[in-house]
Design a protein around this ligand. Structure first.
Ligand SMILES: [Fe+2]
Length: 163
């Protein structure tokens, strides 16, 4: 470890670089999820409109905060956050969802996106643990705990409304 090159916050440079790459992947996925959620907020129709319109606004506001935190973590680690729609669309595993007005379809898509994010964040949690990167580790840990709870709630909603 003593011969390894360190970055400005004392993390091993190669490990920091890997974390930057993986955080940029996460950022791209958050951006697509964010825009999908705005689409749901706008286009949702039916008897659950008022409920879901507000819920999706709550969600995209939270995603926007996390997007900024992830991008600034990338900068803190010495990287450059992806910042163009082109790169986001290219790199994101979460794909753009168009013209969804049905509440259950929107909630299912949201659950699917959370699952993708949770898998990526757990992998970042262990990678940042190995790199002694407490900053990224704590961030991932918070996101995982918060979003696992949201999955329970969105699941309960989808189950009730769908049956
Ligand atoms: Fe609005």
């Amino acid at each position: 470890m003593s011969n390894q090159q360190l970055n400005s916050i004392g993390l091993e440079s190669n490990q920091a670089q890997e974390l930057i790459t993986r955080l940029n992947d996460l950022l791209a996925n958050y951006q697509l999820f964010y825009q999908n959620t705005r689409g749901f907020h706008w286009n949702i129709k039916g008897e659950k409109f008022f409920e879901l319109h507000i819920k999706f606004e709550e969600l995209y506001n939270d995603l926007q905060l996390k997007i900024d935190e992830i991008a600034e973590r990338i900068l803190t680690l010495g990287g450059v956050p992806l910042h163009t729609f082109m790169k986001y669309a290219e790199q994101s595993e979460i794909k753009a969802v168009e013209n969804v007005s049905d509440g259950i379809t929107a909630v299912q898509s949201t659950l699917d996106s959370f699952q993708k994010l949770l898998i990526k964040q757990r992998s970042l949690l262990s990678l940042s643990g190995e790199a002694d990167d407490e900053g990224t580790n704590a961030l991932m840990s918070d996101y995982i705990r918060e979003q696992e709870k949201l999955v329970w709630m969105y699941n309960s909603y989808a189950t009730h409304s769908g049956s």
